[in-house]
Design a protein. Sequence first.
Length: 391
Amino acid sequence: METIYFDNAATTRTNKEVLAAMLPYFAMEFGNPSSLHESGLRAKKGVAQARMTIAELLGCKPNEIFFTCGGTEADNWAIKGLCLAREAAEVNKRGHIITTAIEHHAVLHTCKFLEKQGYRVTYLPVDEAGRVSLVELKEAVCADTFLISVMYANNEVGTVEPIGEIAEFARQKGIAFHTDAVQAAGHFEEKLDASGITFYSASAHKFGGPKGIGFLYVREGTRLAPLLHGGAQEQKLRSGTENVPGIVGMAKALSLAMQGRQEREEKVAALRDYLAGRLLSEIPMTKRNGDALDCLCGHLNVSFAGVQAASLLVLLDMDGICCSGGSACTSSTGNASHVLVAMGVLEPWLSGSIRITLSEENTKEQADYAVEKIRDAVAKLRAQNPRWKQR
Ligand SMILES: *Cc1c(COP(=O)(O)O)cnc(C)c1O
């Protein structure tokens, strides 16, 4: 039986064309971009071309794109790098950061770490759709607020945040604005230089590229200290030999994601809504989490009362269906999703929530098969749940 892959927010298949673009840089053009010989120069050209492609697609300058090993590094770097630059400029300077309760752990755990270093952090609440309020954000600003970090779109529920308005507000206030755009990159038209965004994090494996490569957009003129010291690559700000195949593949993946984007997204969203409609109408005590309107096209977070998500995921896996509970990164720890908790989701919905994230590769036949299997699995788990039977 074919596997039905419904976990595209965790990672995506590397696109065939992306793979083809990368292959020459493993065995033929394998030189080190810092080398001065012909082989090195060809690798250097590949990196420069990729940087130009990404900058063009995002409406920024090539020298504002810095390659990292992924989204986690880009998030860590934007936040800690800004802190370190301020501390260097004014010895031991601390201050106030505003973020949200629903960020990815790459941002949340970075902020928790900084609190131990003497920074103050406000974690903004969200409404039941998972959206931050601009009013609450404005109220949270203090005299020493130097950074606002709000994710572009949430990885667990797909809710899109009011990034344009936040960026505009941050620019007026002269506060740096970082957005974790790892789920959003490749899904929206961007004009980064014309926006109020200071830092924008992305990761190739979330948009059809390879794992282990990402980038951070850093607005020209922004103070940022390096986290990695060494060979002074990336304008001396991110040392380490460039992941040339990864960089080339990421640029190709972003180009492909932006080509025919609207049509593809409408198709994915239509399939997602079809699946949601069937699940909600055919399985009693089922609820959708998040915002059905301003949402990433492939995201569907649903709760089944009387069911433990982990058990449901095991049953679905046996039927060849891959999805996840909350985010892939936390599903192994068994903790309730911090995102759903922040959205005010209570039991019995909280522990029975799974995340289905579709891509253009998924079909109506797969959705129909999944509805049958989810319906059976939920019925089976509810039958085994003594507390459910008492209802
Ligand atoms: C996946 C993800 C990350 C981490 O990116 P990696 O490239 O896997 O390190 C960060 N933020 C969000 C919102 C993500 O979905």
